[in-house]
Design a protein around this ligand. Structure first.
Ligand code: SF4
Length: 384
């Protein structure tokens, strides 16, 4: 990796207005919180990063969470000013923000656009009020559609939505109709969304949904039915002109997520805020997931170094690259991580090539379509 490659910058906002029933992320309720105080701590952490990284070029900023759209635009502006003071932000850099539909208002979108935000991802999840209720999302389908419409007319360059499939009681026909409604080509002269992140529901035992399932009050969709629905949805999105460029992500030409590409191509990034992860100069570390300590120390909370051996890091880089449609350049990765990575003649790789789950084109190894559907199994076999 060239030391001069631009960094990605991640800003974590750990607040949510309510906890969705399936969510097991680290977050805190937003009600009554001092968001200005949080932003002040973030800005101090960013300023302090100047000691080690000051003046480094960066070409993506990603506000993730939690719910970054809880931050009023002037607070987003303060964070961007701190980042510009520490890093050399590219003029054509990506500035992305995740937003929940209930926070979207045309005046806010205009203010974000004027601050340089050029990518917005809306957490729509589904266009079915019953399913949204089960997820305990604060928005309904009509509000989600209004938010998408407002985003598309805001002048922000890339608009995307997050959707979940495989939800308890989700009807395939309705789910596909919802995707078509969101991602289909709108009428003449009107713009459609440019990016879709499509996830299969994961049920974590410690969540409200996990407990409901354990008690037998909610029946999850079967694995085969969920995988079948995912395939149909992927086909639909491809037929609508989206490239299935990563296992869970679809984009129109020129609208891939630049920031997330850094994770999948083993490029460097720095994260700010509690629980944020960083990877730079061959090191990986994360901030403690402890908002109180973060605020009390004004953004200087404890960090934990990733002490994983090189082989584990190499495997992570390999699996991340395999998530992409174009796969991963084995030669480049071996140059970076050494011979610890499996080569084409490694028995595990050879077996997966023969099984039609992987394909090798020149130096690039990638998953086949069937391999993508069982990617976890492929990764496990590679690890073994
Ligand atoms: S909005 Fe996102 S981060 Fe917040 S509770 Fe819901 S799923 Fe979790």
């Amino acid at each position: 990796m060239s030391a001069a490659a631009p960094l990605g910058l991640y800003v974590h906002v750990p607040y949510c207005s309510v906890r969705c029933s399936y969510c097991d992320f680290y977050l805190v309720p937003a009600a009554g919180r001092d968001l200005e105080g949080y932003v002040a701590a973030l800005c101090r952490e960013i300023d302090a990063a100047g000691e080690a990284w000051g003046g480094r070029a960066a070409d993506s900023v990603h506000f993730g969470g939690g719910t970054p759209s809880l931050l009023a635009p002037p607070l987003v502006g303060r964070i961007l000013a701190a980042l510009s003071g520490t890093f050399r932000l590219a003029r054509d850099g990506e500035i992305a923000l995740e937003a929940n539909p209930e926070d979207v208002r045309p005046d806010r979108l205009g203010a974000l656009r004027d601050l340089g935000v050029n990518r917005l991802t809306l957490g729509v999840q589904a266009l079915d009020d019953r399913v949204l209720g089960l997820l305990r999302r604060p928005h309904g389908a009509a509000q989600a559609l209004r938010a998408v419409e407002a985003a598309l007319t805001s002048g922000i360059r890339s608009i995307g939505v997050d959707l979940i499939l495989g939800l308890p009681g989700q009807e395939s026909r309705e789910a596909l109709a919802g995707i078509e409604r969101l991602a289909g080509t709108p009428g003449e002269g009107r713009r459609g969304i440019e990016h879709v992140s499509l996830y299969l529901l994961e049920i974590h035992p410690r969540t409200r949904l996990g407990r409901e399932v354990a008690l037998g009050r909610v029946a999850p969709m079967g694995d085969d039915a969920a995988a079948g629905l995912y395939e149909e949805a992927a086909d639909l999105l491809e037929s609508l002109g989206f490239e299935h460029y990563e296992i869970s992500n679809f984009a129109r030409t020129g609208h891939r997520s630049r920031h997330n590409m850094k994770y999948w191509t083993d490029e460097e990034y720095l994260g700010f805020g509690p629980s944020a992860h960083s990877y730079a100069a061959g090191r990986r570390w994360s901030n403690a997931a402890d908002l109180r300590a973060y605020l009390e120390s004004a953004g200087r909370a404890a960090r934990q170094e990733d002490s994983q051996p090189a082989a584990g890091r190499a495997a992570e880089a390999l699996f991340a690259g395999l998530r992409l449609a174009e796969g991963v350049d084995l030669g480049t990765l071996r140059g970076r991580y050494g011979e610890g990575l499996p080569g084409p003649s490694d028995p595990a790789v050879a077996g997966l090539l023969e099984a039609g789950l992987l394909v090798l084109s020149g130096p690039r190894l990638r998953l086949t379509r069937r391999g993508r559907l069982v990617s976890n199994e492929v990764f496990e076999r590679l690890l073994s």
